[in-house]
Ligand binder design. Structure first.
Ligand code: SF4
Length: 203
């Protein structure tokens, strides 16, 4: 089975998944999307309304900000792989519960292991909370403070015994709400791209 066939198989599992209660509320489950040979995987929190309706990740206003930011750094959206921690929209865009995240993480793990990126970009506090393997004692900090503390500092994500370089930054929706975060957001994305020694011709 080649990489595309394997990813299609993962997507098919996601589309019919009933592992957690979020399946009850969804219109469409939203698997990840993008280049399967990308050196970078970007991980958000969960699908929103537009994603739930379309079945594609980051197609709403947050997605536009992400796409524009990547564009400012010379990277096309189609050059990278974009996904979420949970693949179904939580009602009213609430934060996913731990049980939902833990139920869904095996899909993200499969996506990452198949793509085998150099860098994982953690978009927002949920992705950072579950996937940033910190050496600093940050776990007792509130989510927002924790993200502020670790953003822009290369860390690690461990998946099934394998370590990947991780860069945490703001969720594009937060950048949308607070334009002052845009500069730091761009800096963090640039750091991730530099760490991956990213070039469009290499993906
Ligand atoms: S959020 Fe994940 S685990 Fe829950 S139903 Fe959707 S695909 Fe399955």
């Amino acid at each position: 089975m080649n990489a595309k066939e394997e990813m299609d198989k993962i997507a098919k599992e996601i589309l019919t998944c009933t592992r957690c209660e979020l399946y009850i509320h969804r219109k469409k489950a939203v698997p990840g999307m993008g280049a399967l040979n990308s050196k970078i995987v970007l991980v958000g929190e969960a699908p929103g309304r537009e994603e739930d309706e379309s079945g594609f990740p980051f197609v709403g206003r947050g997605g536009k900000i992400l796409e524009a930011s990547l564009g400012e750094l010379g990277v096309k959206r189609s050059d990278v792989y974009i996904t979420n921690v949970v693949k179904c929209r939580p009602p009213k865009n609430r934060r996913p519960k731990s049980i939902e995240v833990l139920s869904c993480l095996p899909y993200l793990e499969k996506e990452v292991l198949l793509i085998n990126p150099t860098v994982i970009v953690l978009l927002g506090a949920t992705a950072a909370t579950y996937l940033y393997d910190e050496s600093l004692p940050l776990t007792k900090l509130p989510r927002a403070k924790k993200l502020e503390k670790i953003r822009g500092i290369p860390g690690q994500t461990k998946i099934q015994g394998r370590s990947f370089t991780a860069v945490a930054t703001y969720h594009p929706a937060a950048v949308l709400r607070n334009k002052k975060l845009k500069t730091k957001f761009l800096e963090d994305l640039k750091l991730a791209l530099d760490l991956a020694r990213f070039s469009c011709s290499s993906v």
